[in-house]
Ligand binder design. Structure first.
Ligand code: LAC
Ligand code: ZN
Length: 473
């Protein structure tokens, strides 16, 4: 592993020939931003030797042919908003940034589909189509900065998965460049397709280890006419989380979102945002969203869910039924990760996922873990789909070395608890480098071996994002 060649002057010259001088970066100062993602610590960062910014699949292909021939590692990069180190060039080499491949190629209203280059900012997708009465259901929390290509590579989840599922559900076609340079089309503008293996499905969520995505075709939905958000306050975190499966099975409505926030999470975010909603004695909150076309139905459904929560002991149900208030309540939820980063840069932001019915069983386990290791574990996230951002935070007075030890042990225990509940270690952020060691330990060896053989078929020289998900040994 790691038997790669450096990006020498000769290679830089070849890259410049393909892309032009402007789009080949080698100045260390300008390379630095490409050495990390949003993982809240720099323990995973690594500098690239060169960053290239191609404009087309053909240019990507020519760069990959050079890298493959010369055994230079290549790391694809979207906006760098990932949370598992996926876009970090673990072995140096070349980073291929998709920032210039940012065209909306086509809005196909007749098929309700859209063709995009990978560097389109996810939020722009909806901005482009909302006036046509259409919408894209992918909703990662970083939607204002992340790119659609990264969303596909990570199979991003986010806040609307309870009703709409994750990114992959809406990807009907992909163009990718293989590590060996071939440009291939997977799927297309078809809702159904069982022609051969589902390689598109394999690429989605493969964390940039099998090829570089150069085109994405997504399926659009009719934009719901209305939405209502409920911010529901509870006097205990357990009461709030117990409510989640109750809503999922008892409300007879599939909410768009059920987000959970414990006091540490929403309190830190409110302070960070200087937000003063009256949260009284609340120890936890649920942010529940429903959407639909009939205002009357929406109101009835919202009332029904609100009543259900009150019957189960909610202390307050705030209704947000206009844009400004909805933005306000979602800002609290979306502000949590950034708020925690300010408070504590040494933390492990996790995205464990369990079956929804098992989500109430997670909280007492987190409490035990927190007591055992003497660390705080604030918790928030997409509870309605079983995905929680338990965040292990270093105590301010704990030496860094001790923290790294504790972090490792506590994570291992957290993952095994999650797996015992029928869950798994990452619901939406991926394995990357951050969870590689744990994944390797916890994954069935036969499955890991199969993944390695798949990787070898796509990438015989192991140049494509090496060191991510698993090592090739
Ligand atoms: C969120 C990110 C951390 O849900 O996934 O805020
Ligand atoms: Zn999330």
């Amino acid at each position: 592993m790691g038997n790669y060649n450096p990006v020498d002057d000769d290679t830089v010259r070849e890259l410049v020939e393909i892309l032009g001088e402007r789009w080949v970066v080698t100045d260390p100062e300008k390379l630095e931003p490409f050495s990390h993602d949003e993982t809240p610590t720099d323990q995973y960062s690594h500098m690239p030797e060169a960053v290239v910014k191609p404009k087309s699949a053909e240019e990507v292909s020519r760069v990959l042919q050079i890298a493959n021939r010369k055994l230079i590692p290549v790391t694809p990069r979207g906006a760098g908003s990932g949370l598992s180190g996926g876009a970090i060039p673990e072995y140096g080499g070349i980073v291929i940034s998709t920032e210039r491949m940012n065209r909306v190629i086509e809005i196909d209203e007749a098929n309700m589909m859209m063709t995009l280059e990978p560097g389109v900012i996810t939020n722009e997708v909806n901005e482009k189509i909302s006036q046509l009465g259409l919408f894209f259901a992918g909703y990662p929390m970083s939607l204002e900065t992340c790119y659609i290509g990264g969303n596909v590579a990570e199979n991003a989840g986010g806040g609307k998965a309870v009703k709409y599922g994750v990114t992959g559900r809406y990807v009907v076609g992909l163009e990718i460049v293989l590590p060996t340079g071939e440009i291939i089309q997977l799927g297309g503008k078809r809702v159904k397709d069982v022609t051969g293996y589902d390689l598109k499905g394999l690429i989605i969520g493969s964390e940039g280890t099998l090829g570089i995505i150069t085109k994405v075709i997504i399926k659009l939905l009719p934009l719901p006419a209305g939405r209502i958000d409920l911010l529901v306050l509870f006097s205990s975190a357990q009461a709030a989380i117990d409510m989640v499966p109750e809503i999922m099975t008892g409300a007879r409505v599939i909410p768009t979102s059920i987000e959970f926030m414990d006091k540490l999470a929403f309190g830190t975010s409110c302070e960070f945002l200087n937000e003063h909603i009256p949260y009284h004695d609340a120890e936890a909150m649920l942010l529940i969203e429903i959407d639909g076309n009939s205002p009357a139905n929406l109101e009835t459904e919202a009332e029904h869910i609100g009543d259900l929560c009150e019957k189960r002991g909610a202390i307050e149900v705030y209704v947000a039924d206009n844009y400004t208030t909805q933005q306000r309540v979602w800002a609290i939820r979306r502000g949590i990760p950034e708020a925690f980063l300010v408070v504590s840069p040494h933390q492990s932001l996790e995205d464990i996922v369990v079956p929804t019915a098992s989500i109430p069983a997670l909280l007492p386990e987190l409490e035990k873990l927190s007591k055992k290791y003497g660390i705080v574990i604030p918790c928030y996230g997409h509870a309605g789909d079983g995905n929680l951002h338990a965040t292990l935070v270093k105590n301010p007075d704990m030496p860094l070395e001790e923290w790294y030890e504790i972090e490792k042990d506590a994570l291992k225990e957290l993952y095994s608890i999650t797996m015992k509940l029928g869950g798994t270690i990452s619901g939406e952020h991926g394995i990357g480098t951050k969870r590689k060691e744990f994944f390797n330990e916890l994954c069935d060896p036969a499955l890991l071996d199969l993944m390695r053989r798949i990787k070898k078929t796509f990438d015989p020289n192991n140049i494509m994002n090496p060191g991510k998900i698993f090592d090739m040994q």
